[in-house]
Design a protein around this ligand. Structure first.
Ligand SMILES: C[S@@+](CC[C@H](N)C(=O)[O-])C[C@H]1O[C@@H](n2cnc3c(N)ncnc32)[C@H](O)[C@@H]1O
Length: 374
């Protein structure tokens, strides 16, 4: 919508879904478990909160076929609804499970601190490092991450999974990258560099301890804050493909934001986690992956894949179920996708998206497709 006056623009967008930076600062958008680990392409939790209030009731069951970092499931629990989520990325499922699992928090905190101490006594061996890890970490940082990984392997479930997310988050921060390019680093930074973020010369990170210690404390704090808000509903996370997954129960409706064609590589953005945690890699099943390119045939493949995913979703819903899909549909692919999937479009509202993390300038807009299952 370039070139519109502010007034004309505001007539076309849903202001209740379009927050200004002042009204909704970063701390609110990344409150409690929503920032257990950075994630590109996340819902604003307040958006899900508004959808749940408009289209669902406490006691319902909300399904998100592209659950990502779990925003829908977290907010559903606060709202008082059960929730089911599916994602093809094993790391996203791990993150979502860790956010939504319930823990004895005192014991969790002691266990995580114990793992840190144990790892401190065990640094030294770089056994198990992959070529990618050796390329992206200073030797000291890698030794610390691998020592922590050995300590994590001895923890009981579900504490081990929380520690795996701490490890992944520390590994993200300890990569040999510049401070301003944590989202999409191309090549390891091995020399001091001029930092656009801090406006001074900075050095690539050499250690991982400070991150492991900081994120241990932060993770427990965030889980505690969420525990005090949750209704304690049933949450199920399925590692699967939205085109074929079978749901364990019939949901009341859907809240989701699918991958957009050619924008984000959801496996690659957490490569460090796959390398360190040995998670199953299903990138070949990722819909809209940039690896498929931007050509017409990639767009056709996207339309086919999303049609199948939404068709499989709609087939497991009751008639008239609300299906809310947040899209950046700059190629106008969704009218066809919805028709293929047998979803009836009730309303298409536009929302003004705030700039989020990273250095990507400019404003942009998203559409919320309010549909009903036929
Ligand atoms: C835009 S993100 C969802 C973000 C989510 N709303 C959140 O707040 O974190 C899209 C998600 O779709 C997942 N995805 C891609 N292809 C998929 C498939 N075939 N089946 C299930 N999930 C898939 C990606 O891994 C990614 O996590």
């Amino acid at each position: 919508m370039p070139g519109r006056t502010q007034e004309a623009l505001y007539r076309e967008i849903d202001l209740e879904l379009s927050w200004s930076e002042d009204a909704l600062p970063q701390t609110e958008r990344t409150k409690h478990v929503h920032r257990l680990h950075p994630y590109l392409g996340k819902f604003i939790p307040q958006l899900v909160e508004t959808f749940l209030g408009r289209y669902f009731s406490p006691g319902d069951c909300v399904y998100d076929p592209f659950v990502g970092s779990g925003t829908t499931l977290v907010e559903a629990d606060v709202f008082g609804a059960d929730a089911v989520g599916c994602d093809v990325s094993a790391f996203n499922c791990l993150m979502t499970r860790v956010k939504t699992e319930r823990y004895p928090l005192g014991e969790l905190e002691l266990t995580l601190r114990g793992a840190l101490e144990e790892a401190r006594r065990d640094v030294g061996s770089a056994a198990g490092a992959t070529p990618w890890l050796e390329q992206w970490y200073a030797p000291r940082a890698l030794g610390e991450l691998l020592a922590y990984r050995r300590a994590v392997e001895r923890l009981p479930a579900p504490f081990a999974d929380v520690a795996r997310v701490v490890l992944a988050r520390a590994a993200r921060s300890a990569r040999l990258t510049t401070h301003f390019d944590l989202d999409f680093p191309d090549t390891p930074a091995t020399e001091p560099y001029w930092c656009h973020k801090h406006r001074r010369e900075c050095r690539p990170v050499e250690e991982a301890w400070k991150f492991l210690a900081r994120y241990t404390t932060d993770t427990v704090r965030r889980l505690r804050a969420f525990a005090s808000l949750r209704a304690g509903r049933e949450i199920v996370v399925l590692h699967g493909d939205a085109r074929s997954v079978r749901l364990p129960r019939m949901p009341t409706g859907v809240v989701t934001s699918p991958p957009y064609p050619g924008l984000i590589d959801y496996h690659e953005q957490h490569r460090y986690a796959y390398e360190l945690l040995g998670l199953e890699d299903r990138r070949a099943d990722e819909i809209g992956s940039p690896a498929a390119g931007r050509a017409k045939h990639a767009q056709r493949a996207y339309v086919e894949a999303m049609s199948d995913a939404l068709d499989n979703t709609a087939a497991q819903l009751p008639r008239d179920a609300p299906v809310l899909i947040v899209v950046n549909d700059s190629h106008d692919l969704y009218p066809v996708i919805l028709e293929n999937a047998g979803l009836l479009l009730e309303e298409r509202v536009t929302r003004h998206v705030n700039r989020r993390t990273g250095r990507r300038a400019g404003e942009f807009f998203e559409d919320v497709l309010v549909c009903r299952a036929a």
